[in-house]
Design a protein around this ligand. Structure first.
Ligand SMILES: Nc1ncnc2c1ncn2[C@@H]1O[C@H](COP(=O)(O)OP(=O)(O)OP(=O)(O)O)[C@@H](O)[C@H]1O
Length: 279
């Protein structure tokens, strides 16, 4: 098969070969100026250091690492919210060269994000219906009737009853709120969802339900997924590929079973030893 050559552009093309990456980072670095306030800090933080990864439809890439390893910064690069200091980011094969609001809006249709805490991700004064309709309004998808139909479909897709449409986030449980946040992320039919610690803020009892929901959605919608967690055993449950990060660098990556059963890097072994499998 010959590769389709696409010229660099800020507009993600709508046609892409099924097995081609939806999002790709090539040699990406993100360097921040240190946050003020600490006298002995280095001037710069190399939050992401020479990272290359690709995310395809129907595949979950688990990203694991301790606090400060650069996971959230990488998530922001993957959804177009953070420009790299160096390296290349491609959405549907097209290199992003400018990070304008218009480009971010376009990228938002291809890749969307689910954050850790649905309580802060959702507007406390918006009903579930309004929260789900909002992205459809912003992107002017269809007419009023088709937006309402899509909102109902989304609620059903994430396993909530139609009565949830009238609720405010504060009237829902943490797990229900995260379902709403997931539904909102799905509103524009993205190819890829980036879930940044999506179960960490939830009660232990509902974490498995949200993990199962994400796994089901990935299968039924043929979604690509990036699942970010500090917990290697959580990542184990959902990932096809695992990327282990430390201090902004990828220390090891590969098929989940290989990385977990035959880790090649000492740091991966340390993470596994610190969080033994329950099964
Ligand atoms: N906007 C910023 N300005 C300055 N430094 C930042 C900024 N964002 C992140 N950092 C720093 O970059 C490094 C990586 O942070 P990041 O949040 O990506 O890591 P993480 O693995 O997601 O950690 P956590 O799990 O604690 O969120 C940290 O040292 C952090 O302090």
């Amino acid at each position: 098969m010959s590769a389709t050559k696409t010229p660099p552009s800020d507009t993600p093309a709508r046609t892409v070969k099924d097995d081609a990456p939806v999002v790709e980072l090539r040699g990406v670095h993100v360097v921040f100026k240190s946050r003020a306030g600490t006298v002995f800090k280095a001037k710069h933080v190399h939050a992401v250091n020479d990272v290359t990864i690709a995310v395809r439809r129907g595949q979950t890439v688990g990203i694991v690492g301790e606090s400060g390893s650069g996971k959230s910064t990488m998530a922001k690069v993957l959804v177009g919210l953070q420009a790299p200091s160096q390296g290349e980011v491609r959405f549907r094969g097209n290199v992003v060269t400018r990070y304008t609001p218009a480009v971010r809006k376009q990228v938002g249709r291809v890749v969307s994000v689910v954050f850790q805490d649905p309580a802060t991700a959702l507007n406390a004064r918006m009903t579930v219906r309004d929260a789900l309709r909002d992205p459809l309004d912003v992107h002017q998808v269809g007419d009023a009737a088709s937006r309402e139909a899509r909102v109902r479909e989304l609620v059903h897709l994430v396993g909530l009853p139609p009565s949830a449409l009238e609720a405010l986030p504060g009237q829902l449980s943490g797990g229900q709120r995260q379902r709403v946040a997931i539904a909102r992320a799905l509103a524009l039919e993205p190819d890829v969802i980036v879930a940044d610690e999506p179960t960490s803020a939830l009660d232990v009892s509902v974490r498995a339900q949200i993990l199962n929901l994400l796994a089901d959605l990935k299968a039924t919608l043929d979604l690509g997924m990036v699942f970010i967690s500090h917990d290697i055993q959580t990542v184990r449950h959902v990932s096809d590929q695992i990327v282990v990060m430390r201090d902004g660098r990828v220390v090891e990556s590969g098929p989940a079973a290989r990385v977990l059963d035959d880790p090649q890097d000492d740091y991966t072994r340390t993470l596994l030893a610190a969080a033994p499998a329950l099964l």
